[in-house]
Ligand binder design. Structure first.
Ligand code: HEM
Length: 455
């Protein structure tokens, strides 16, 4: 398989994270990382509001995420940053509240439902191809926008069993983008102990726009469908309405369901869009890999569409996707909070300090990976090459691992199958993505490729 080194910002010679450095690089945390960040096992920096440790030691990663998650809950600032939009939902809650929500979400999200929502995903892919047909393909395509649209459409359809219209999609994305910008500013101000009033006001405005839109759809379903959603229909909203807490027999209220829907929408489309945009970029740069991928897709599903059972046979697609997730993990770091004073690799960590588990660094760490910045899907084809535990975690690890990992793999295979069987992906001469670390790892100016219709 071909190897090459896709874009990565040049690390700083010396880390400049301090208060001023932090403010300067607030638009992308990747710009704050130095060469040392990719070699160290533990790093730290102090901000006015908190002390922050970066944990790159896989043994500690395992301890924090897998062995003792209750001692290292999600950091409170994460909840504060997302609360106006996702209310109380398992992406940011902790303890008994999280346990109950996760039990309910697991019921709405299990393996069986992945097969139920499969046709909804297929329809969204079909509509994506129709959109491509309406584009002027003589010009570069902004795949970031295209992938954001299709992944948002997929998450929307699988929740509501209805497509996300063009105009609805545009206003929803605009509101999500603006919400994230202001939420990020609120977070930075809080870390620097600066006033947040204006940014807070603006992020709440955008959260209200999104909640009004999604809330209306949830309310209509609460008004009309009963009898446990007419015998537990296919979509995730049905699953949420029918979920019963085995401990107290209670169902989710309308407000609770709305919080989960906003959270699923947020957690489920940006991440997938980021990974798929990077996939299409590397495929454009690696024609041999593209050929291998198409050969595999044609061999597994010669007639065009993939069916549910064929997904498991796509080893090249899976290896390429996993390698993209290694180099561009959509969730670049996970913030946790130390619940007690302790020593980590000789450093005195105090109760309340932030601990960052950092897939972006772990996935490119000089100690754990050979040619860490090189794109080489072979790593994931050979079972003898399994990564050291705690060094590869695009979907997290342990109890808080991503509930949507199977969903994301399924939609990625369907989208890639639809694109690659119909189009050749070509690079745009002179275009190079500019990697930025925000809520997800994206390219600052989008990602462009040329699509050429196959004959
Ligand atoms: C390539 C796509 C995706 C990636 C890379 C990804 C990554 C992650 C990661 C790393 C976490 C754990 C964060 C932490 O430990 O702090 C997470 C949690 C979560 N993800 Fe995903 N995700 C993806 C797609 C999805 C999708 C499609 C959905 C739902 C439709 C989803 C729903 C969630 C939820 C609900 C959680 C919180 C789980 C909990 O704490 O109980 N994700 N995701």
């Amino acid at each position: 398989m071909p190897k090459f080194t896709p874009p990565i910002p040049t690390p700083l010679q010396k880390s400049k994270v301090g208060v001023l450095g932090f403010w300067r690089v607030a638009h992308s945390w990747i710009d704050a990382l130095s060469h040392k960040s990719y070699e160290m096992l533990l790093g730290h920096f102090w901000l006015p509001a908190m002390r922050v440790f970066i944990v790159n030691d896989p043994k500690w990663v395992e301890r924090i995420l897998v062995k003792e998650p209750a001692n290292y809950p999600k950091h409170r600032l994460m909840h504060e940053s997302l609360e106006p939009l996702i209310g109380s939902s398992p992406f940011t809650t902790n303890g008994a509240v999280w346990q109950r929500q996760r039990r309910m979400l697991d019921q709405a999200f299990g393996h069986a439902r992945l097969s139920l929502v499969f046709p909804l995903m297929q329809q969204a892919c079909h509509d994506m191809l129709l959109r491509f047909e309406q584009q002027d393909l003589g010009k570069p395509l902004d795949v970031d926008a295209a992938m954001t649209h299709v992944t948002a459409d997929i998450v929307y359809r699988t929740i509501f069993s209805a497509p996300l219209g063009e105009a609805e999609a545009a206003s929803l994305f605009a509101a999500f983008t603006r919400y994230q910008e202001f939420a990020q500013k609120v977070m930075v101000c809080k870390l620097l102990r600066l006033p947040v009033l204006w940014y807070d006001y603006r992020r709440r405005q955008y959260a209200a726009v999104i909640k009004a839109f999604l809330g209306e759809k949830v309310r209509r379903r609460f008004e009309f469908l009963t009898t446990c959603e007419e015998q537990n229909g296919a979509d995730i909203l049905s699953g949420l309405r029918c979920a019963i807490d085995p401990e107290d027999g209670a169902a989710l209220t309308e407000q609770e369901v709305l919080d989960q829907v906003c959270m699923l929408f947020l957690a489920g489309h940006e991440t997938s869009a980021s990974s798929l945009s990077w996939c299409l970029y590397v495929l454009g740069e690696a024609p041999e890999l593209q050929k291998q991928l198409v050969d595999e897709l044609l061999q597994v599903a010669p007639t065009g569409e993939l069916n549910f059972t064929e997904m498991r046979q796509l080893s090249v697609v899976a290896a390429m996707f996993r390698e993209v997730l290694r180099l561009y993990p959509p969730v670049g770091y996970f913030p946790r909070e130390a619940m007690q004073d302790q020593e980590i690799r000789g450093a005195k960590v105090k109760k309340g300090d932030a601990l960052l588990v950092f897939p972006w660094l772990l996935h490119r760490h000089r100690r754990w990976w050979r040619e860490p910045d090189v794109f080489n899907p072979e790593r994931f084809l050979n079972k003898d090459n399994a990564p050291v535990r705690g060094t590869y975690l695009p979907f997290g690890l342990g109890a808080r691992a991503c509930i949507g990992a199977g969903f994301a793999m399924q939609e990625a295979a369907l989208i890639l199958n639809a694109v690659m069987k119909n189009y050749d992906v070509l690079p745009v001469p002179g275009f190079e993505p500019q990697v930025v670390g925000r809520l997800t790892v994206r390219s600052a100016k989008g990602i462009q490729v040329m699509l050429k219709r196959k004959l």
